[in-house]
Design a protein around this ligand. Structure first.
Ligand code: XIL
Length: 362
């Protein structure tokens, strides 16, 4: 019965475009014409079967920048808008201006928001850091912060990096500049409770642990796995793991592929959360982004995306690029002024890297 209906529908669809009918239980079936059911092969957002994100800056959400986002991306992340120091200006003083702006942009344009990040050693506001709270006071305040932020964006932010960069590459806990390390005897249990507070504030949000060099550093991956095992044993929630993916066109492919496979063996959702690929790998002051470099760069994007596609389908959360166009990227100040790490050039034209990304998608 159902087969007949589908066959008839398909015949009618050639002229009708879209047709609604009913199956044997009387439930409506909406068949879409085959032509539009096929993803567009020249657009990363349409071709990907998972989220395609970009880190954005709220103040730039207009003009060509906004058009590029709408066309090529399905989700956005604040490059700093949702970091603690930018929101939490004083104990009872929250500045929502930038975070609300990007959340509204996403809603208007039917995009998802990935929240970055609730607890990061590098973004505790100075007033909090300088207070030197005892562990109980520290935790009460952070609990309130998490409840307030996650609660405000309940249903609007689909996922959160609850904790960011808590480990060194060798798997030890980060000590330098980390207020959590110096305050708690058992920092991992504290982070576990942070995941719990986030879950209570929005039970539907997916909760991630995020870090850099994850697929390169076996020590860090081991520590993450141990944390996940402990969370599971102790009943703390966690849905996914992010590797920021700030790598280079020269980064060893076998290491990346094996690292990703190992990460996915946790069974959690995987996020390539801050992807950018450096091409001026030697910080050459005379670097020129020649066609030969562009081709090498495109190959790197293709390889990285191909490796992501190789993990189990159900674990592919998203690939987020850390920025939109080479016009503005954190790497020109943090790495080298001559750096061109993204998918669009400074005029928002697609680069060869975009084609590489597209080719890597299944
Ligand atoms: C960076 C932003 O890109 C910069 O604009 C900001 O000044 C510092 O933070 N790992 C992270 C991101 O998790 O939040 C960082 O973003 C880059 C490294």
């Amino acid at each position: 019965m159902k087969n007949n209906i589908i066959r008839i529908s398909l015949a009618l669809l050639l002229t009708a475009g879209m047709l609604a009918c009913a199956d044997s239980d009387g439930d409506p079936i909406v068949e879409e014409p085959e032509e539009t059911a096929e993803p567009s092969l020249d657009n990363i957002r349409l071709k990907a079967k998972f989220g395609i994100g970009a880190a954005v800056t709220n103040s730039e959400l207009n003009g060509q920048y906004a058009n590029t986002l709408r066309t090529h991306f399905s989700q956005i992340t604040g490059e700093y808008e949702m970091k603690m120091a930018h929101i939490w200006k004083g104990e009872n003083n929250y500045d929502w201006t930038a975070a609300d702006g990007m959340v509204n942009f996403a809603a208007t344009n039917n995009m998802d928001v990935h929240g970055h990040t609730l607890v990061w050693y590098n973004s505790f506001p100075n007033w909090f850091r300088n207070a030197n709270y005892d562990s109980a006071t520290f935790e009460t305040k952070i609990k309130t912060y998490i409840e307030t932020v996650v609660g405000r964006y309940k249903g609007k932010v689909i996922s959160w990096d609850v904790a960011n960069e808590i480990f060194n590459d060798d798997g030890t806990l980060r000590r330098d500049g980390c207020p959590v390390f110096r305050t708690f005897n058992d920092p991992i249990a504290f982070y576990g409770r942070c995941f719990e507070y986030a879950q209570a504030a929005d039970p539907d949000a997916k909760l991630f642990y995020n870090d850099y060099n994850v697929v390169l550093a076996a020590g860090k991956r081991g520590a993450m796995r141990q944390m996940v095992n402990r969370f599971r044993a102790d009943g703390y929630p966690i849905d996914g793991l992010g590797d920021q993916f700030h790598y280079m066109a020269s980064t060893n492919r076998t290491t990346i592929r094996n690292g990703l496979t190992d990460l996915a063996s946790t069974g959690l959702q995987i996020h390539m959360s801050e992807l950018d690929i450096r091409i001026n790998v030697n910080k050459d002051d005379n670097f020129v982004y020649l066609p030969s470099e562009q081709a090498k760069h495109a190959e790197a994007y293709k390889d990285f995306v191909t490796f992501f596609e190789a993990i189990p389908q159900s674990q592919k959360f998203a690939i987020t690029t850390w920025g939109v166009s080479d016009k503005r990227t954190w790497l020109t100040s943090w790495w080298h002024p001559k750096e061109y790490p993204l998918l669009f050039d400074e005029n928002f034209q697609k680069k060869k890297t975009y084609e590489g990304f597209l080719e890597g998608l299944q």
